[in-house]
Design a protein around this ligand. Structure first.
Ligand code: SER
Length: 394
């Protein structure tokens, strides 16, 4: 690619590259994992493929590629900075017991260099250097050296696992230098944050058991994942994911609508966009589980909006951002319904705040509150602790 590629072009280039190498495109689906899965939301591209990585044949074969929407709440407090997002998309490729890890790394390099035009001088990779349990990943080290890329071995950073038990294995991460045109690459991925990780290639060949032991999988797999928004940001040469064209209607429409500082604007943008996608996948605000995540997203956005101006309302959100977001995530739900859910939650939250202010204005709640007060406010008036704290913050 010679000119700056658009987000859509980048997705197409990725998918075409793997299709040309025998991969079938699987439909990157909903954020909601199957009911047998204990987690609330899909958190990575490999997640829906877990049974197939464990050995069940996939109906579309052993080489797969997709774009999967994901949601991570672990980073919620970091949202508002330039890189963290709640809902994002992951480009992924898989070998289910087919080609080996080394082949995946070679293709990874080829796609970044020839497909996306990243010069090899701007690339650095890390590999698993071994620990007390598993030896160093010599195969990856050898492959990268043959390809002529600088390699940094690490320990924990290059051991991928899904959780305390389950699929895991050594990974190799590819970093791109983002120091800007006049600044030649310096340091290594672990010493200079301007090396940004774009692609993770996991050699998924173990399972961590409940007793802490490691068991080899029936088939060694390769699982790769690349966060789309971050990749697009790096390839388009921006500092912030919000400056990439993927956020175009949001970043054009929000500033004239609501006058917010940069951090607040990013938070409102992330949370509302994420809320739309979650609603688009059929979730409604509730006090538990997925619905609670959605409720928090909407309420955190409203808290930010109402801090300076309580008359702001989500009914001012133009149709265009709703339409664009649902279309981008290939969701068929109508914008009218999504707007209704947002506004209904806005009304509920508005009423709750009103009640909260009334109750907290009583003389017995002046001064510091005890745990007992918090329990009372929650159980009798439905006012959660964080809301009480927000209402009492001058
Ligand atoms: N499993 C790896 C990740 O989540 C690659 O898909 O990053």
């Amino acid at each position: 690619m010679t000119t700056t590629p658009s987000g859509d072009q980048i997705v197409r280039t990725f998918i075409d590259f793997f299709r040309e190498r025998g991969h079938e495109l699987i439909t990157g689906g909903t954020l909601l994992p199957p009911s047998s899965d204990p987690v609330l939301f899909t958190t990575s591209g490999m997640h829906p493929l877990t049974p197939h990585l464990e050995g069940r044949p996939h109906p579309q074969g052993r080489r797969l590629v997709n774009v999967q929407r994901c949601l991570r709440t672990s980073d919620l407090d970091e949202v508002g900075d330039r890189t963290h997002l709640t809902v994002f998309e992951m480009l992924g490729s898989w070998s289910l017991g087919d080609y080996d890890h080394s082949q995946s790394l070679r293709w990874g390099y080829e796609l970044l260099r020839d497909g996306f035009g990243v010069p090899s001088e701007r690339l650095y990779v890390t590999v698993f250097g071994g620990d007390d349990e598993v030896g160093p990943d010599r195969e990856s080290l050898r492959t990268w050296r043959e390809l002529g890329l600088p390699v940094e071995p690490t320990r924990d950073e290059n051991w991928w696992s899904h959780g305390p038990v389950g699929l895991c294995g050594p990974d190799s991460e590819i970093f791109v230098w983002t120091g800007g045109p006049g600044t030649p690459p310096q340091g290594t991925p672990t010493t200079d944050p301007r090396w940004v990780e774009v692609w993770n290639h996991v050699s998924m060949r173990h399972r961590r058991l409940g007793d802490g032991g490691l068991q080899p999988l029936r088939q060694p797999n390769v699982d790769t994942g690349m966060g789309l928004e971050r990749l697009v940001t790096v390839l388009q040469g921006h500092d912030s994911v919000y400056d990439s064209d993927l956020f175009e209607p949001w970043t054009r429409i929000l500033p004239p609508l609501w006058d917010l500082d940069g951090r607040s604007r990013r938070l409102v943008c992330d949370h509302l966009r994420s809320a739309i996608v979650v609603i688009g996948d059929g979730v409604r605000p509730t006090n538990t589980g997925r619905g609670y995540v959605l409720r928090r997203l909407i309420r955190r956005a409203l808290t930010t909006l109402w801090r300076d101006d309580p008359s702001r309302t989500l009914s001012d959100l133009p149709e265009e951002v709703l339409r664009h977001t649902l279309d981008h995530f290939r969701q068929s739900r109508g914008t009218g319904l999504v707007r209704e859910v947002l506004l209904d939650e806005e009304r509920r939250f508005g009423r709750l705040l009103e009640r909260g202010r009334r109750v907290l204005g009583r003389p017995e709640f002046e001064g510091p509150l005890s745990d007992e007060d918090y329990h009372y406010l929650h159980d009798t008036h439905g006012l959660p602790r964080d809301l009480v704290t927000t209402l009492r913050t001058p």
